[in-house]
Design a binder for this molecule. Structure first.
Ligand code: GCB
Length: 661
């Protein structure tokens, strides 16, 4: 049986990038660390675009001896280029900071073993992403494992895959589950044992085949369908390689049975039923941790996404942790998965090969996840304008995705200015647009008409909105929000408008907010914050849900709530205020300083106008049935100056266009 040992603990780290002149017999001069690790957790988030980007080394004494087993090293991500050495011998090079790769250690093992991994996040035109609005945190920032297996095992060397490919389809009322197994070193008389278990643990399929019968279809009647957040039902495929009753290798693979399609007028359908996809984009970093996060942080992110009521996630702009795709399966999120072919293309063949290899890894490693319904082959590659070679590059990526997976859509996140009839809309099966009306250009009110016009211009195009958003700094407040003031209230105003516009247009196959969480972008310096993109509905530390979070919760979530807005706009100087409440209930009542201001009926937004405030503390209570929210507002003589962005740049320069330099 395979033995997987996590080896995250007891590593040595150094920025000294010279393997020839360092003493590796005594590593006490290095920094002792545990994984996951990044060397940019602080300098990658503090602005200045000056975080450390170079080659660094990780060393580890391996507690493994020469054995008759096969031993593999599994690295779940190394950002961005990795070179693996064992006992001074170079074994492997991997380019791309987001995917799993494995290295066969067996022939190189000695009595004592020193593993060294050089990880480099320096600029390299041949490894994507080349530039983007986020920090490229360097490090071994996901799990690292040792895998010991029998000489016969499920393939561990094919693009980091599991060695088993599961393709469930529904034929009439039956599930047909095609299982392709890739066995390394198969021997005559060995058997493959296939079993399927229901979520409740009941075995519903059991078949024993020869080791050559590695492409079979298992069937069972009346499958319980995976139906998104409403019913994310998962089965488990257990597949084993058996030699005379001894299990040599065995894997448990969760899978879901579902069908989906997209209609250009009616949007997304799950299992034949209309299923409007409305949700968020997610980056994987976190305050003071960068990308070096653990299951706990992943789970917290998912819980917040669940709470807002999203049913789809665009996992931008790269392959996310395997564990997060597992969570998406379990929580029923419909997922857009993509590669970092983003913002800037380099025309060398080597660079294109890298984009292809990252796409290959993304698809092969994540093929079995029921949550994923499309592969994104790129994002805003025309950021600096259209150029020769971009279309061809996309076509080649699209063809590869189609070759590797005939069961899912391919997609692309296009710049807002791309004409609906442009060639950039004709490569992938479906497309989406990154629209920033109301932030970088135009007014938010132009969004609806623009979408309808695009549809009129190209009625057959299946399109959605892959990004839209506005900055919201939780320390800036105003009762007269304006575009580019970075106030939390402008962000709320923007999203109140956009939520409605997008909910009214069912033809959009999916819409994704930019972004669920604030994230690090070390080159940024705007809105009073260094090194950060503040378009999140939730702050970088995940501690504060901004008001805009609750407008979506009101639209999307069934969990009853009332939320008083502008609570961080605590200090008021005017004698009255409009109390704004978001709720998914039909009626909300207000009480301020013990006085009732009645009940109003409404739909998501409830405003009690001109409520008088006393000097000092004012207790504001909103209720709906048993639901209650309570906030203290303080009236003071003077306006609170800290609420206003003190940036003295000209108004038109306040919003930095990070791509212009
Ligand atoms: C975009 C990019 C995204 C940026 C975002 C922004 O279009 O795709 O990576 O972070 O705009 O906030 O500017």
């Amino acid at each position: 049986m395979r033995k997987v040992t996590n080896i995250n603990e007891n590593w040595y780290f150094t920025k000294v990038d010279d393997i020839n002149n360092v003493n590796v017999s005594d590593l006490s001069w290095c920094e002792p660390i545990n994984l996951p690790h990044t060397w940019n957790n602080l300098d990658g988030q503090d602005g200045g675009n000056d975080y450390y980007r170079a080659g660094c080394w990780y060393y580890k004494k391996l507690n493994v001896k020469k054995t008759d087993k096969e031993v593999y090293l599994e690295i779940k991500a190394a950002s961005m280029i990795a070179d693996v050495y064992l006992n001074g011998k170079h074994l492997f090079n991997h380019k791309g900071g987001f995917s799993t790769f494995r290295v066969r250690l067996t022939p190189h093992l000695e009595e004592e073993n020193l593993l060294a991994v050089r990880v480099d996040n320096g600029k390299d035109n041949n490894v994507y992403p080349l530039r983007a609005d986020f920090t490229f945190f360097g490090g071994l920032y996901r799990d690292v494992n040792l895998i010991e297996v029998d000489s016969t095992h499920f393939d561990l060397e094919y693009f980091g895959s599991k060695g088993v490919k599961v393709t469930p389809t529904v034929v009439k009322k039956e599930a047909h589950v095609r299982v392709e197994t890739f066995v390394t070193n198969p021997k005559e008389n060995q058997k493959l044992v296939y079993e399927i278990f229901s979520k409740e643990g009941e075995r519903i399929v059991h078949e024993i085949k020869t080791v050559d019968e590695n492409d079979i279809t298992l069937t069972f009647k009346n499958p319980h369908l995976w139906h998104g957040i409403e019913d994310p039902y998962l089965y488990t495929l257990r597949v084993g390689i058996v030699d005379k009753d001894v299990i040599l290798d065995q894997l448990d693979i969760p899978f879901g049975v579902r069908t989906f399609h997209i209609d250009k007028d009616e949007g997304f359908f799950l299992n034949g039923k209309p299923y409007m996809l409305r949700g968020v984009c997610r980056h994987q970093d976190r305050l003071n941790m960068g990308w070096a996060i653990t299951k706990k942080e992943h789970k917290e992110d998912m819980e917040l996404i669940k709470e807002v009521g999203a049913n789809t996630i665009r996992l931008a702009h790269y392959q996310h942790d395997d564990y997060f795709y597992d969570l998406c399966d379990q929580y029923g999120m419909v997922v857009w998965a993509e590669i970092p072919f983003i913002s800037k293309m380099y025309k060398a063949r080597e660079a294109q090969e890298n984009a292809l290899s990252q796409l290959k890894e993304l698809i092969i490693q994540n093929y079995n996840h029921p949550s994923i319904i499309c592969w994104g082959v790129g994002n805003e590659i025309t950021l600096k304008g259209t150029e020769d070679g971009q279309i061809e590059a996309f076509k080649e990526l699209n063809e590869l995705a189609k070759k590797l997976d005939q069961t899912r859509y391919t997609t692309l996140a296009n710049m807002s200015y791309i004409d609906p009839n442009s060639e950039f809309n004709k490569i992938t099966d479906i497309v989406s647009y990154n629209h920033y009306m109301g932030w970088y250009y135009d007014e938010v009110e132009s969004s609806g008409p623009r979408l309808d016009q695009d549809r009129k211009n190209n009625p057959d195009l299946i399109f959605g909105v892959s990004e839209y958003g506005a900055e919201g700094n939780i320390y800036y407040h105003t009762d007269k929000p304006k575009q580019s003031d970075y106030s939390e209230e402008y962000q709320t105003f923007f999203h109140e408008h956009m939520a409605k516009v997008l909910m009214e247009r069912k033809y959009l196959w999916a819409t994704h907010i930019w972004n669920m969480f604030d994230f690090a972008s070390d080159a940024r310096d705007e809105g009073g914050v260094q090194g950060r993109n503040n378009k999140g509905l939730v702050t970088y530390d995940r501690k504060i849900k901004k008001d805009s979070f609750f407008i979506y919760k009101a639209y999307w979530s069934k969990e009853p709530f009332v939320h008083i807005c502008e609570r961080r706009f605590e200090k008021r100087h005017k004698p009255t205020m409009n109390v704004k409440i978001f709720s998914n209930q039909k009626k909300v009542s207000l009480n301020v300083n013990g006085k009732d201001y009645g009940t109003i009926k409404g739909d998501k937004t409830f405003i009690f106008k001109d409520i008088p405030l006393e000097m000092g503390e004012n207790k504001v209570i909103a209720t709906s049935g048993d639901l209650k929210d309570e906030v203290i507002f303080i009236r003071q003589e003077q306006p609170e100056l800290s609420y206003i962005n003190q940036d003295t740049r000209r108004k038109e320069d306040l919003v930095t266009k990070w791509w212009q330099d």
